[in-house]
Design a protein around this ligand. Structure first.
Ligand code: NAD
Ligand code: TYD
Length: 355
């Protein structure tokens, strides 16, 4: 059998694919459009591996989906593909609606038709796992309880609104069509292969290249942080044992202000790669104009997944951050390939056009 992973060349998707194939021999069909956020170099170690089948395509393309579902014995879909950066959604939201909403709809339609045509045994085993975010719940006040699976949806930016829409569609396909869906809503991830537009890899890259470390507004906004490897383990637990139709919140119990995150990164870098002038990386911090509509606080209760599926994060904030900084120090060539755009060369080489 095989699983279909969408968005498996992105940050979390590629970590998931690498993790999956390190633990199992089950084939992964990896469908990815290779937007700016998709990087096949993340999957270099699987180049000769027959268990990994990379397909360059769009989740909104029903024909491609139908072909994949007919050709391969797919027993589950793990849906990561999305536009994922809040700042980009503020500048221009079109792609967010197209991929996160329309794309998810097309994937659900293709999955439903596939599911309806399966025999009883395969229907019993089939799962559609939708990867979503805690941002759909909106912003919390300082003393509010963390988000639970029953918190009302209150998205505040085009990214979170498009993810909320996709969550609702997934839910509807279960209730209306009986599609065996599962949804995870996870907090902010960090770790290897994260595109350096997101806070943590951006700060590491800027620190090492002598640029300013930009903090939006007062920097007292709070996020919960989870090491990506822990998220991948949670997804495997939900896929294996999650109750159909349920949602599971995933988080690290690590609420930090953005200032705390940046200070932690500076302290680790001061130890692992001290500045040549002997000063601290903190000197590079600048506070800049705040993001419009910036959510003040996200916090997540992961009690349900811990209780029902016996999942717990393995990394603490300190150990995960140290591992992450070390990974970026050891993989400067990966970062340079992203910054200079050469990671995109694979697409033109393969398809004869610039994607
Ligand atoms: P990412 O932006 O790094 O990767 C997204 C991947 O999807 C890329 O490889 C891109 O090429 C691909 N893609 C985009 N549009 C596509 C389309 N139309 N068809 C096929 N492939 C397409 O994102 P990420 O950070 O890895 O996030 C993955 C998922 O996890 C997203 O659904 C996101 O909402 C969710 N999530 C992310 C975080 C986080 O902190 N990064 C936290 C919680 C949930
Ligand atoms: P980000 O990594 O973009 O994730 P999200 O917006 O999905 O939470 O940002 C994390 C937090 O860091 C968020 O509160 C915005 C803030 N931030 C900065 O202060 N400076 C930056 O340069 C970036 C990219 C983010």
């Amino acid at each position: 059998m095989a699983i279909l992973v969408t968005g498996g060349a992105g940050f979390i998707g590629s970590n998931f694919v690498l993790d999956w194939l390190s633990l199992s021999d089950e084939t992964v069909i990896n469908l990815d459009k290779l937007t700016y956020a998709g990087n096949v170099r993340n999957l270099d170690s699987l180049r000769e591996d027959a268990r990994h089948v990379f397909v360059h395509g769009d989740i909104a393309d029903r024909k491609v989906l139908e072909e994949l579902l007919v050709t391969h014995p797919i027993r589950a879909i793990v849906h990561f593909a999305a536009e994922s950066h809040v700042d980009r959604s503020i500048l221009e939201a079109d792609a967010f609606i197209q991929t996160n909403v329309v794309g998810t709809f097309n994937l659900l339609e293709a999955a439903r038709r596939h599911y309806d045509a399966l025999d009883d045994k395969r229907r019993e085993a089939f799962r559609f796992l939708h990867i979503s975010t805690d941002e759909v719940y909106g912003s919390l006040t300082q003393d509010a309880l963390p988000f639970s699976e029953t918190s009302p949806y209150a998205p505040n930016n085009p990214y979170s609104a498009s993810k909320a829409a996709s969550d609702h569609l997934v839910r509807a396909y279960h209730h209306t069509h009986g599609l065996p869906v599962l949804t995870t809503n996870c907090s902010n991830n960090y770790g290897p292969y994260q595109f350096p537009e997101k806070l943590i890899p951006l700060v590491i890259h800027h620190a090492l290249t002598g640029k300013t470390l930009p903090i939006y507004g007062d920097g007292k906004q709070i996020r919960d942080w989870l090491y990506v490897g822990d998220h991948c383990t949670a997804i495997r637990h939900v896929l294996a044992d999650g109750r159909v139709g349920e949602t599971y919140n995933v988080g690290g119990w690590n609420e930090k202000t953005n200032v705390e995150v940046v200070h932690t990164l500076c302290a680790i870098l001061d130890t692992l790669r001290p500045r040549s002038d002997g000063r601290t990386y903190r000197d590079q911090i600048v506070h800049i104009k705040d993001r419009p509509g910036h959510d003040r606080r996200y916090a997540i209760s992961a009690s349900k997944i811990e209780r029902e599926l016996r999942w717990k994060p393995q990394e603490s904030f300190e150990s995960g951050m140290r591992k992450t900084v070390q990974w970026y120090l050891d993989n400067q060539a990966w970062v340079s390939g992203v910054i200079d755009g050469s990671y995109r060369a694979w697409i033109s080489g393969q398809y004869g056009h610039q994607a």
